[in-house]
Design a protein around this ligand. Structure first.
Ligand code: UDP
Length: 368
């Protein structure tokens, strides 16, 4: 079959590779000048630092198959994400762990003491938390919520945490020990040569042709037997029902000699600080040595027509427009919508790869 694809991010790369190996001919159209979507990495010419151009990406998964998949195309170096957070004039460790709790409350609690203490802080009247705020008040209480989550979340999403789903906070663990690993997955690492090199290798197959700087338009559909579309689902329909809300990010780049903040990611949780976090990219590759440093200060704002969409914004109240776009997308006989933008989901890289694998299994069943 002759298969067309819109976008050369993780979703289409994984699907393209498997279909190419099965003998299909794949043509991919990527609007940007590079593959790998928002996990794109590029070595800064002057300092040699590998920069995560669209913000920090740390690979972590519990899925053995996905882990084996990425390791087939790239060596992964051991990497543990340990995040720091500045709030109320002090630096703390995230995710919330025993060190955070003891430092924040000025205590020397043991794990069981801390657990009992946080249970006193928690609002136990919330039995089935629906919103981000309810989830936070239920599990960490008002003081920790206001110090670490309220301001950051308002800045990141542009709406009150009372309107956001609890699922966003469920991404972060709370620990009553000193384990400060940001993730709870069994596999975690960084691609030795960056994500873009990994995606280039996935796409490196004689049956795959990638055209960069090229938009996929609806009038191209007839050229193909099937199309996988990883662009924004509302964009595919020319936004005829309106625009779905996304957050976009602005990165203010700075360079310096030596080291700037001593860690890869520092979050700024106070509402009065306009940015959400600062990333010092060289710490993502601790096996490399660089004299100079490149930092990105990250600002989040509503995504307009000219901006790159990053995060789909789901509210607890749901979105009738999204339901309509998704119903139309589902009914398309020749097009499969994939990825973060195509399915309008807040997905980590491992989930993106898993979803692509699952989409493929289903597609193969229907096209056997
Ligand atoms: N979050 C927060 N304070 C922090 C870190 C995270 O309030 O210091 C909230 C925020 O709403 C964020 C969500 O938790 O969007 C998920 O955080 P994560 O670090 O997974 O965000 P990502 O790296 O995907 O932007």
């Amino acid at each position: 079959m002759h298969i067309g694809m819109a976008g050369a991010g993780l979703s289409c790369a994984v699907i393209a590779r498997e279909l190419a190996e099965a003998g299909h001919q794949i043509e991919i159209f990527e609007r940007r000048a590079h593959v790998a979507g928002n996990c794109h990495t590029e070595r800064d010419e002057k300092s040699g630092v590998m920069v995560h151009i669209y913000g920090p990406h740390i690979f972590h998964t519990d899925d053995d198959e996905v882990w084996a998949y990425v390791n087939r195309f790239m060596e992964f170096k051991p990497y543990v994400n340990r995040v720091k957070a500045t709030t109320k004039g002090q630096v703390f460790s995230l995710p919330i762990n025993l060190h955070t709790i003891n430092q924040f409350f000025g205590k020397t609690f043991s794990p069981s003491e801390a657990k009992a203490f946080i249970e006193q802080q928690a609002d136990l009247s919330i039995t089935d938390p629906q919103s981000f705020e309810e989830q936070a008040l239920r599990f960490v209480g008002k003081d920790l919520y206001e110090a670490f989550f309220k301001g950051y979340t308002q800045k990141q999403w542009g709406v009150s945490p009372t309107e956001l789903p609890a699922s966003i906070l469920k991404r972060l663990p709370v620990r009553f020990n000193y384990n400060d690993n940001y993730f709870f997955h069994k596999h975690q690492g960084m691609p030795a040569e960056g994500y873009t090199r990994m995606v280039e290798r996935i796409l490196d197959h004689p049956n795959i042709q990638v055209t960069l700087g090229a938009d996929f338009s609806r009038d191209m559909i007839d050229r193909f037997d099937h199309v996988f579309y990883s662009g924004p689902v509302d964009g595919f329909y020319g936004y005829d029902l309106g625009r779905l809300p996304y957050r976009t990010l602005d990165f203010v780049r700075s360079e310096a000699e030596g080291e700037v903040q001593g860690t890869a990611v520092m979050n700024y949780c106070d509402a009065s600080v306009p940015f959400t976090r600062i990333t010092e990219h060289k710490h993502f590759a601790p096996w490399e040595e660089h004299d100079r440093s490149v930092c990105y200060t990250e600002y989040s704002r509503a995504c307009s027509e000219e901006d790159i969409p990053y995060y789909p914004v789901h509210l607890t109240k749901g979105d009738a427009m999204l339901d309509q776009y998704q119903a139309r997308a589902k009914a398309e006989p020749k097009i499969t919508f994939v990825g973060r933008l195509g399915t309008y989901r807040y997905m980590d890289m491992d989930v993106t790869i898993r979803s692509a694998m699952d989409v493929l299994s289903l597609w193969k069943l229907n096209h056997a």
